[in-house]
Design a protein around this ligand. Structure first.
Ligand code: PLP
Length: 416
């Protein structure tokens, strides 16, 4: 026996337990996404690889609702996309406005601060969204260079209406960036029609893949900002420009370099994460194959069924239901029910994961998602049946069968 032999037996090959992931994300991936990820690897400049990158860009134009050339993937989880967008679009000292209506608004503000922006926030109570007028008033007052606005904040389940924001940003000369990680694919999003300059997402919510790839799209105006920065870094400065050494400079998240890699010149940057590219491509392909509007409708019906189900179980829904994302609902944990123990029972006894909450909602609400592959009737009904059993076990008086029946009624009334 050599000294490098392990003392204990080596673990076996990876064998995760069967799980139905019904939390706020990550969710169970579409089986064909997992199959795509096990496809053989090719070299970085293999014609198949570059063609697949180009194909994936076109597929995501369809998902985002854009004709933006600069539509690509940033390798990394959703926040890789957020960070790439913020670091590349913000100059030190730029005023950035972040309307915060949940945890991910705080994340945008934090990342903007790290990019050395002069960050201004406005806030609404968790469970609400901003009236458009409040955002417009803040833009007029702060005069930011960039507005950073989450579309769907999973921490509160709220979906901030974005459709009128782009025109306001345009009038005030503000770049409009949105983090659509939680909402894209399950709720309407129209990058061009809504006047977005930059938008980012991840795969592990409504797109139905694993985390690890961040789709991003940039308007021509945003690309100009990125290119202007590249000029400064090359030593070409206009009056009033900061010097290159003032920028927060990342190599990995430098969108100028990433765009050159995805563009016609294919200038070497990182090695594109091949298996994640396959996954991202399959997520987008599935959405366009089923039809973008059909997928959104499937999420709407699954969300409506889950909502009807939890209400029929007597649970109190958190937040402004009229502005809820289709794909996740937050319910107050009934008095006397130990929230974490009940979630553990869902997982241990039924193999179903539902979500806890952060910040002011921690211990107060559970979050239940119906996203991507799991925006399905059987997943909704199974979750409600299990939830009823677990609630009863912990002493909550719940009407027998009511959750499943109310949800099934929604499906019977819908065409999906
Ligand atoms: C889930 C979520 C993320 C996740 O970021 P990761 O880096 O993938 O963990 C980001 N933004 C929003 C709005 C989300 O809902």
């Amino acid at each position: 026996m050599s000294t490098t032999d392990p003392v204990t037996p080596l673990p076996g090959p990876i064998e995760p337990p069967p799980r139905l992931l019904m939390g706020p994300g990550p969710i169970s991936a579409y089986p064909s996404v997992l199959r795509a990820m096990s496809a053989p690897l090719v070299g970085q400049y293999d014609p198949f690889m570059t063609a697949t990158m180009t194909e994936t860009q076109e597929l995501y134009r369809g998902v985002w609702g854009t004709r933006n050339d600069a539509t690509l993937l940033v390798d990394g989880t959703s926040r890789a996309g957020i960070e790439a967008a913020m670091i590349s679009l913000i100059r030190p000292g730029d005023r950035v406005l972040v309307p915060v209506f949940g945890r991910f608004g705080h994340l945008l503000a934090e990342i903007a601060e790290r990019a050395m922006a002069d960050v201004h926030t406005i806030e609404v109570e968790w469970g609400q969204v901003f009236p458009v007028s409040a955002i417009e008033e803040a833009i007029a007052r702060v005069k930011p260079a960039l507005l950073g606005l989450v579309q769907g904040d999973t921490s509160t389940t709220m979906n901030q209406p974005l459709d009128e924001i782009g025109a306001i940003c345009d009038r005030h000369g503000v770049l409009f960036y949105s983090d659509a990680t939680a909402s894209l694919g399950g709720n309407p999003f129209e990058a061009d029609a809504w006047g977005l300059d930059a938008a980012t997402a991840g795969l592990q919510k409504c797109l139905g893949g694993p985390s690890g790839s961040a789709p991003i799209t940039l308007s021509d105006r945003a690309v100009e900002v990125v290119q202007a920065r590249k000029k400064i870094e090359a030593g070409i400065r206009e009056p009033g420009d900061p010097s290159a050494s003032d920028f927060v400079r990342s190599n990995y998240f430098d969108l100028g370099m990433i765009l050159d890699y995805w563009g016609p010149r294919r200038l070497n940057h990182h090695t594109e994460a091949t298996s994640m590219l396959y996954a991202a491509r399959e997520c987008a392909r599935l959405i366009l194959l089923e039809g973008r509007e059909t997928v959104i409708e499937r999420h709407r019906v699954a969300g409506a069924a889950m909502l009807a189900g939890v209400e029929a179980l007597g649970l109190v829904v958190f937040g402004d239901v009229a502005h809820k994302m289709t794909n996740v609902v937050a319910v107050e944990i009934p008095d006397g029910v130990p929230g974490d123990e009940a979630r553990a029972a869902m997982l241990d006894d039924f193999g179903i994961e539902i979500g806890t909450s952060f910040g002011p909602l921690h211990g107060r609400v559970w979050r239940i998602g119906t996203m991507g592959y799991n925006a399905r009737e059987d997943a909704v009904l199974t979750t409600l049946a299990a939830l009823e059993a677990v609630l009863r076990r912990f002493g909550a008086a719940v009407p027998a069968g009511a959750g499943v029946e109310a949800a099934a009624d929604v499906y019977r009334g819908a065409s999906v």
